[in-house]
Structure formats: C-alpha cells, structure tokens
Ligand binder design. Sequence first.
Ligand code: MN
Length: 251
Amino acid sequence: MDKRTFLKVTGYASAGIVATPLVSTLIGCGNSPSEKPENALPASTVPAAFTLPELGFAHEALEPAVDRKTMQIHHGKHHAGYVRKLNAAMKGHPLEGRPLETVLASITPEDSGLRNHGGGHFNHALFWKIISPGGAAAPEGKLMQRVEQNFGSLEDLKNALGKAAAQRFGSGWAWLVQDSNNPDRLFVTSTANQDNPLMTGIVSGKAQGRPLMGIDVWEHAYYLNYQNRRTEYVAALLDRVNWTAVASLMS
Ligand code: MN
C-alpha cells in the first residue's frame, strides 16, 4: 500500500466508516487537498474547492424515465448550487480541506451549511453514478447474494426502496445502505432533506452506514415529468439502476 492509499484508508477509518477505497473517490466528488494529511499543507496553501463532477452521460440518456430538461436543471443548477454553497460554507471552517466523508461524519446539527450543501454534493454525485446508463441490469455475484440474504429477492429490495421513497414526507432520499460493522448486512432507510447515512452526528443510528444507492425524492428530481406521481418516478428509476456502479461502492 502506498502512502496516498494508506492515508485514504486511515482517513476513512478514523471517520468511523469501515470502507476502502473512499466512496468520494469512486463517485468523483472529492477535492484534491483532501488526499493529504491536514498538517501537510503549508499555511499559505488555499485548499482547492470542491467541483461539480461531470455527469458522464447525455442529459437525454435516461429518457423516458427522466427527461432531458429535468437532468439539465438537476445537474447544472441544483447540484452546481450545492457545490457553490458548500465551498462558501467550508471557508474558514475547522473542517476545511478535509475529505467530504470526514466532513459529513464530523458535523453536528449546528453545521447547517455543511450539512445541507455537503450532503447535497455527496448525494447527487452518488446519484448520477448509480443511474448512469450501462452496467449490469441486475445485481450480480456478492451483491446479489447479499440482496437475497437481506431482502429475499431483487423485487423485494425494490419494493422496500419504493416504500421508503413513498413514505419520506417532503424532501429527502431513500437509501440502500451497507452496515459498516457487518458488510454482509444491507438495509433500506430514508433521510430528510440532504442528510445521508454518513452523517453519524446527525442521523439516527439505524440509518448510519455506507451508502450504496440513493434515490432522490425531492420534487425537483421528478416534478416536470411526473408532477405529484412520485411512486411512478421511483419505479421507473429503479428499473434502470446501474448495478455495476452500486456494486463498486460496496466494501
Ligand atoms: Mn436533487
């Protein structure tokens, strides 16, 4: 293991999350100085800002499940806004320059800027990956084994995610999560607003773990095409999950 990899691993472990490699490395929402130990930066170095990751596919690629206009606004306006406001909230904060996972695992409910915009950046970067076109149309290998062990079948998992999405009142996310202490245990949960399972200082213990899939149930994710029909949107999305991307996030 080289030094850089070691630092990534220890950084993640110290955040209380057993996972290698960093989720943010996999989903492309890290910032460059986060890969260095905090005391390695000269005092004069200004940490690089978080940046909006490329979508990696055409805005219309998910039609008819998700329309082009929704994707343009969702990625280009909403996600970009979270990145911009996260960078503003990080300025001068004691967690400035730390990896996003460390930030999310360290914040308290008082850190509303980092909570809302750090969560917003992480959640959307993950979302684009797990709905990106291509990849396996169903879980395979170890992931499928774990899906069957924990839920019964893929259909049962989709039903559980659909239920969590439908029951989330107002804005939030439905999640497939891997237990950080027991990698064989997967579970479904949901969080409000831009909270996510990495926020150990904020979300309930039952929702904490390693996020493998997040379904955005904010109205901005579906309203143009589906209006109030959230259930229909979630079902369409679950039928086009990139299970290769989901499996890549599993430890
Ligand atoms: Mn969103």
